[in-house]
Design a protein. Structure first.
Length: 161
């Protein structure tokens, strides 16, 4: 019940914005620690997190859903944290991703498209992957691989220096 309430409050607070809920975790005895992960299409500010935190604190306390002593953390997911929702993929178009598929295969490449059912990754043609081959430059071939969401076990943005 607590998680559902938090989800509703966050979604109501983010209505008509580019911000979205990523995940809610509640742990500890009597819901003593609550973690709310949120993001926005162009990145989330500290001010937005602080405003949402104050809003949630008020709602939690007025509805008596938390003990006297509790910890509430409202933040964005860290770089490299696994994706939880489709909007994270949409935000990451043209960025490098690391995927682990349900069958254990590891896939790395640039996310180039997101549909309702799958994603398209552009990767170098260094292995025998199935996909459409297109020329990227005079000597480099790339492969476009379409991966259904149901085949993805974990996905995260690859940190490139």
């Amino acid at each position: 019940m607590l998680i559902e309430k938090i989800i509703q409050w966050v979604e109501d607070g983010f209505a008509n914005t580019t911000c979205f809920l990523v995940d809610v975790k509640v742990v500890g005895q009597n819901n003593a620690k609550i973690q709310v992960l949120v993001d926005c299409e162009s990145g989330i500010s500290i001010e937005t997190c602080a405003k949402l935190s104050r809003h949630l604190e008020h709602k939690l306390e007025i509805n008596k859903l938390v003990p006297d002593q509790y910890y509430l953390e409202v933040s964005s997911p860290g770089v490299g944290m696994p994706f939880k929702v489709k909007r994270q993929y949409l935000k990451s178009i043209n960025r490098s991703l690391e995927l682990e598929l349900q069958n254990g295969t590891q896939v790395e490449g640039k996310l180039i498209a997101v549909s309702e059912t799958d994603i398209s990754i552009e990767k170098s043609n260094s292995s025998n992957s199935k996909g459409k081959v297109k020329k990227k430059g005079p000597s480099e071939d790339v492969i476009i691989v379409n991966i259904p969401f149901e085949d993805i076990k974990t996905a995260s943005e690859k940190i490139v220096f």
